[in-house]
Structures are given as C-alpha cells and as structure tokens.
Design a protein around this ligand. Structure first.
Ligand SMILES: [Zn+2]
Length: 405
C-alpha cells in the first residue's frame, strides 16, 4: 500500500513520535497540516510554505478541499493537469478531505438519502450529487497521497438517536468508499510520473491511501462503537471527525481520549479541524498524529496573531472564545493571542514574537503590521499568515522534540 508508518518513542501520556512515508515524501509526526482550500494556502506561496518554521523544513504535508476543487476548477480539469500536486506545483505529500463537511456546512438545500447527498453549490446555486463512490472518484482525480472516506456530519447539538442514525449512515458509506477505492485506485493521474522521493522505496506501491472517519457526535458510547466498526473495516489510517463544532473544549478532549483507546497504535490517527495552538499541543501529547485547521490562516486574515506567552503572562480575556473554559485560563497558556489592529500597537517597534525566527518577525514591526492591516493592504494577509503558520509548525516541532526525549 502507499503508506508506511514507523512509530518511534511513545510517552507515558500516549503521545508518540513517528514518520509517515507517502508516495510524495515523508512526514514527521505529530504534524500540523496547513489547509490549502482551493489548492492554495490562502495568501502564501508554495516556496514560502516549503521553508517556514524554525528548522526551515517547512510544511511537510498540506490539505486541499474536495468540495471546493470539484466545484471550481473541476476535478476533471485537475486530473488532466496530472493531479493537484502538479496543478499547484507542490511536490510534497497532500491530503484531501471527502467533501462531506463542506457539503453539510456550506451548501444549501441538502437532501440526504442512503445513497448520498443532493446539494446546491454555494457559488452559483447549481444542483449536484455526492455519494461515497463519487467522492472517491473526485479524490482519485485530484490524486492527493491521503484520501478520506465520505461521511455524514451530524448537526450540533443532536440527540443520541439522531447521532446514532447518522453514524450508521457514515459506516455504510465508509464500506462503500473502501470498495470503490480498491477497485479504482490504479486510476490516480500520477502513478506513471517518475518519483523523486528517496523514501518511496519503503512503499509496496505508489498509490493513494484511504483513511476511515470515526463519528458519534458528543456521545462516548457512540464514539466507541463507531471506532470499533471503522477499525473492523480496515483502513490505512483513522480520523476522528465531527469535533470542534461548537462544543466545550473539555468534551472535545474527552471524545478524542475515548476514541484513541480503540484505534490501533500502529496506524496514523488524525483529528480533523482542530484547533488553537494549546489544543493541538494537548492532543499531540495524548497520541494524535495529524491535525489540520484553517485557524492560523483565517485568524491571520482577521488580524489575530499568536505568540509565545511570557512567564506568568495571562491571556486578555477579550480574545477568548465562548467555547473556552475560562476557569482553566488561570494557568499560563502556551500561546497568547494578539489583535494587531489595536491602537496599542500603533508605535510598537517590536516584532510580533521576539522568540520567533520566521521571516516576518525577523524583518517587520508590530507598528508596520498594524498599519498594513488597518489600511487593508493585501500584504497584511500574507505576512500575518506566514507568522501564524510558522508559530503552528514550531509548536509541533517543540512537541516532537520533547516526545523524542
Ligand atoms: Zn514570526
């Protein structure tokens, strides 16, 4: 199969260091994956992504969204370009989601049946249908190293019975996703492309791999049942979906902990769509290997920057979200949020984070970044995104180093 996972040191807490070998290269885990929604990590060019972070290693894997690329420019166009790697000139590993989350969160007039989901495009209102088979067909055309099974994302809050019915549909769709993938995996557009990765010799074949998704909402018994069913089916890796959708952070942590107990230790474990810097650190220390989130780039475009906390420093409570347990914020957080548009930064000649070695902190002041942001200059989005991504990659680098000890 097109994946090899080598687990190294494992801490008492369950956190582990590992290497994930994929057709387009290797990834050191635990890893944070920047989100490149429409085959671009918004406002940041590929050559920058390849270099950010203290060690200069850059992002080793990024995500692209199936729903967005299917609607525009269309998966057949991407297939003809040789797959999403060649289309966007990204030679390193990539992962595509199944499109399910966006179908359920962005599109209008959804109609869900056992067969799939009918929905209208958020772009032009046109009618589309996604089934597990169609999601696989689109993801094979896109050709990311890792594909995701098609799942239903239940609304929050949902009753136990509603969540259980949705979970059963996700399980049926997982089995259909796997069957279609196994029959069609040879259709990936790049199998004939010469490989440049040294590590690909470790792989039995250079095809894509498929991860299953555990659902079950905010119910520990359903999470357990879902994990058991999905593991029985046998996937290359396992994701925990449907979290960080507005529930208190303590519940997110609890659902992850209950699910990790069931997932096999020799396979990669991925929590989708989390989170703030202190969350990704916490989950990595619990044994999560992969995470992704739009937060560092989306927050950057809204002027929200992350920096390391000074000893004893507290987060200004005005920057905390409703989901956060303010009782727990008495401790020094690992990351402080700064709203760069505040007037207090107008003549602040320091970098965002004096401890950060990213190209933005090496060169520009808070005063200049505030000016760019309040003047709505496009460079603000680029510089803010580069720093926040560097902060996230450095956070994971620090966790990997401490797990190795
Ligand atoms: Zn920086």
């Amino acid at each position: 199969m097109g994946l090899k996972f080598e687990v190294g040191a494992t801490a008492q807490s369950g956190g582990r260091r590992a290497a994930l070998h994929l057709p387009h290269g290797s990834v050191e885990t635990p890893v944070f994956m920047p989100v490149g929604t429409a085959a671009t990590v918004k406002a940041v060019q590929q050559e920058t992504l390849e270099r950010i972070g203290t060690d200069g290693a850059g992002a080793e894997i990024i995500l692209a969204n199936t729903y967005h690329l299917y609607l525009r420019p269309g998966h057949e166009l991407v297939r003809r370009a040789g797959g999403v790697h060649r289309f966007m000139s990204w030679r390193r590993p990539m992962l595509t989601d199944s499109g399910g989350f966006q179908v359920f969160s962005l599109s209008k007039l959804r109609k869900v049946t056992d067969d799939g989901v009918e929905f209208r495009s958020h772009l032009d209102g046109s009618k589309h249908f996604f089934s597990p088979e169609h999601s696989m067909e689109v993801q094979i055309a896109l050709g990311a190293d890792v594909m995701m099974a098609f799942d239903e994302c239940v609304e929050t809050p949902a009753t136990w019975q509603r969540t259980r019915d949705s979970m059963a549909l996700t399980h049926a769709w997982a089995a259909r996703s796997k069957a279609y993938f196994e029959a069609h995996r040879h259709e990936v557009p790049w199998t004939a492309v010469p490989n440049t990765s040294d590590k690909s010799a470790l792989l039995d074949d250079r095809t894509q791999c498929l991860f299953g998704i555990v659902q079950g909402g905010m119910y520990a018994d359903l999470r357990r049942e879902s994990a058991e069913r999905i593991v029985e089916m046998g996937f290359n890796g396992y994701a925990i979906g449907g979290l960080a959708v507005g529930e208190p952070r303590e519940i997110t942590r609890e659902m992850i902990a209950r699910t990790l107990e069931i997932l096999p230790k020799d396979k990669p474990r991925y929590v989708m769509g989390v989170g703030y810097p202190d969350e990704i650190e916490q989950y990595a220390r619990m044994g999560v290997d992969m995470m992704d989130c739009v937060l560092p780039t989306r927050a950057a475009r809204h002027g929200l920057l992350f920096r390391r906390a000074l000893p004893g420093e507290r987060q200004d409570e005005g920057e905390l979200t409703d989901q956060e347990n303010t009782a727990a914020s008495g401790a020094t957080p690992s990351a402080i949020r700064m709203n760069i548009k505040r007037v207090e930064y107008a003549e602040d000649q320091r970098p965002i984070d004096p401890a950060c070695v990213c190209p933005v902190c090496q060169r520009y002041t808070r005063a200049y970044l505030r000016h760019l942001f309040v003047s709505k200059e496009p460079l603000a989005a680029t510089l803010n995104s580069i720093h926040n991504l560097a902060f996230y990659l450095d956070t994971m680098q620090r966790v990997r180093s401490s797990l190795a000890e």
